[in-house]
Design a binder for this molecule. Structure first.
Ligand SMILES: Cc1cc2nc3c(=O)[nH]c(=O)nc-3n(C[C@H](O)[C@H](O)[C@H](O)COP(=O)(O)OP(=O)(O)OC[C@H]3O[C@@H](n4cnc5c(N)ncnc54)[C@H](O)[C@@H]3O)c2cc1C
Length: 377
């Protein structure tokens, strides 16, 4: 390792960059620098999420990532001494006729992998979530263990945990390039200096493809925009029950208490982010949402935000080394699951740096060399 500079520089202090820092520091990597271009950590996609921690995912790889992460997060308070505000509200998918086979297969897979999952008929849907109209819905799939957590606390705890072990963070400092010499990374150029290092971790979220391009690596990631609206909706029924999604329509809601609800929708090919509600888009969201939940006809937007989901072609993340540049590692492409899978992401990243394997984590399915993702120049 270098005498001057850092053992590892992590570009991006979102939930994945801070988890990577914590897991690397815990594994004994002493000199770590997190570079964050914004004024504070966790203000990219990590600060714009629906805050869901879920085990009911759609394939083996994601369920394995979820199970590892969920169990790890159950020990969060003991590990970090802070509450994660874990609230096991459950998650209910409303399934229309054309998606029956797919959702039944996912339900069976969850049960096979030890994840609680329940099929509920339209009558039971109305009992669980009385605000929902069930016409045209065949059944629901309920993930009773799925929960809401506090993503800001997660980022804070990863970061302070890493700092206690010696990691540093520079906020308001942009990484602008990576020096590669003799086939390995040597340093990172930033808005203010050049910093020597042995390892670079690309945790740049929606900028990850640009960062990888600095070392000649193509990452097949598309940034798709999703918007969240915090609305006033006075119907008490909206407050009852789990988070609800309408399968195939890409919208969901949950009650927040105090006459408020969260409504999310969208996967547009538009990488822009915003801290203001997109009221033009709300008109479309309200039209779709109030067909299923009539109470949303009278909802009023109080605030809103739009963030990106960086998605790969197979909707799995890209984690670990690249074969062409020694010392360059990715943890990116986390799509809509970067919060809930952040313990597995940090563990996989640290394992890949140290040459270890955690058996429960499907690291090969997340590697850049997996079938169908061979996009290295
Ligand atoms: C509306 C919405 C709802 C979501 N809901 C959920 C949910 O309920 N549960 C869940 O698990 N996931 C959810 N997600 C997905 C989740 O938010 C992301 O997967 C996760 O935040 C990705 O974390 P990250 O650390 O990879 O990226 P980010 O949080 O975006 O962090 C990347 C960081 O890198 C910094 N950066 C970029 N380039 C540079 C540079 N050159 N120099 C320095 N810094 C740089 C950025 O400023 C940013 O802070 C949601 C996403 C959206 C948009």
């Amino acid at each position: 390792m270098t005498d001057a500079g850092y053992e590892a520089i992590i570009i991006g202090a979102g939930v994945q960059g801070t988890s990577a820092a914590y897991h690397l520091a815990e594994a004994g990597i002493a000199r770590i620098l997190l570079l964050e271009e914004l004024g504070a950590p966790g203000r990219g996609s990590s600060g714009r999420s629906g805050s869901m921690l879920m085990k009911s995912r759609e394939n083996r790889t994601k369920i394995a990532l979820s199970k590892y992460s969920y169990d790890w997060l159950l020990g969060f308070e003991k590990r970090f001494g802070e509450p994660l505000n874990f609230n096991r509200i459950g998650f209910l998918s409303l399934v229309p006729p054309d998606l029956v086979d797919r959702y039944k297969a996912e339900h069976e897979l969850r049960l096979e992998m030890g994840v609680p999952s329940e099929l509920v008929d339209p009558g039971a849907i109305r009992e669980l979530s009385p605000a929902v109209e069930t016409d045209g819905i065949e059944f629901g799939v309920l993930g009773p263990d799925d929960a809401v957590i506090d993503p800001d606390q997660l980022v804070r705890s990863y970061l302070t945990g890493a700092q206690r072990l010696g990691a540093e963070i520079h906020t308001g400092e942009v990484a602008t390039g990576i020096e590669v010499h003799g086939g390995r990374v040597r340093s990172v150029f930033t808005s203010s200096s050049r910093v020597a290092c042995d390892i670079v971790v690309n945790a740049a979220g929606g900028n990850a493809a640009a960062v990888a391009s600095w070392v000649g690596v193509d990452l097949p990631i598309d940034n798709l925009r999703r918007s969240l609206f915090f609305v006033e909706c006075l119907s008490p029924e909206v407050q009852i029950g789990p988070m609800v999604e309408e399968a195939g329509v890409e919208w969901y809601f949950r009650g927040l208490g105090g006459g408020r609800a969260l409504v999310g929708m969208g996967l547009e090919a538009d990488g822009s982010v915003s801290d203001e509600p997109d009221l033009a888009f709300w008109a479309e969201v309200q039209r779709v949402a109030s067909r299923r939940v009539p109470a949303f006809r009278d909802a009023r937007v109080v605030s809103g935000t739009s963030g990106v989901r960086p998605l790969t072609p197979d909707i799995l993340p890209i984690v670990g080394p690249v074969p062409t540049v020694e010392g360059f590692f990715n943890t990116c492409g986390w799509g809509g699951e970067g919060i809930m899978h952040s313990p597995a992401g940090g563990r996989m990243l640290a394992d890949s740096v140290l040459g270890l394997e955690t058996p429960e984590i499907p690291w090969e399915a997340c590697s850049i060399g997996r079938t169908g993702l061979a996009a290295i120049k």
